[in-house]
Design a protein around this ligand. Sequence first.
Ligand SMILES: Cc1cc2nc3c(=O)[nH]c(=O)nc-3n(C[C@H](O)[C@H](O)[C@H](O)COP(=O)(O)O)c2cc1C
Length: 202
Amino acid sequence: MSFLNNLEWRHATKIFDTEKKVSDSDFEKIKEAIQMTPTSFGLEPFHVKIVTDQAVKDKIQPVSWDQPQVGSCSHLLVFCARTDWESRINDYFEMASGGKAEIKEKMNPYEQMMRGALKDRTEHQILDWARNQAYIAHGFALAACAELKIDSCPMEGFDNEAVNKILGLPNHMKSVVMMPIGYRTEDPHHGKVRYPESDLFS
Ligand SMILES: Cc1cc2nc3c(=O)[nH]c(=O)nc-3n(C[C@H](O)[C@H](O)[C@H](O)COP(=O)(O)O)c2cc1C
């Protein structure tokens, strides 16, 4: 199965070749994989900031434990959780009904079920819920990169507040996980370390 071979091939890349850029056509495929991510109620409560401007990457690297993959990558994807669930639901039913009032009416019980499931959650709980969805999208993007033989590094090692400020994120968006992508260079990689199947499954 080539998917498994590609997962074996990928590794958390620590430094990228600054001369090599991901093509627009490959990047479109990565975006499509992110868009196809299954999410809770289909609300896709995340947003991905795409950073290609070197000046912005250079601002983010020092607040990311100075990890060189940030400054050297082709594209830096910053996955943000979004907490504006009410307007997200409005938009969802507008799209799902094609703007037709009678279809919206028929979908009303589903809409009320969604609102009911989310309305009593604290802001913190909503953020946790949205963060989980952003991580699923992050996983899909990692897998898409592996399929395209594009290198990537999943990254939590950064100051979220500082990144929110650098990117000028609105209040309802919080950076949660990043993914610099590009092509590997002299990358210190010591092979895969994985717990045995007996540890992971029973
Ligand atoms: C959520 C998450 C956060 C991570 N954060 C970092 C990071 O900040 N810097 C880094 O170099 N690697 C980071 N990693 C990479 C892991 O260390 C790496 O995936 C793991 O050791 C397995 O190695 P492999 O991905 O090369 O197979 C992170 C991985 C995940 C999934």
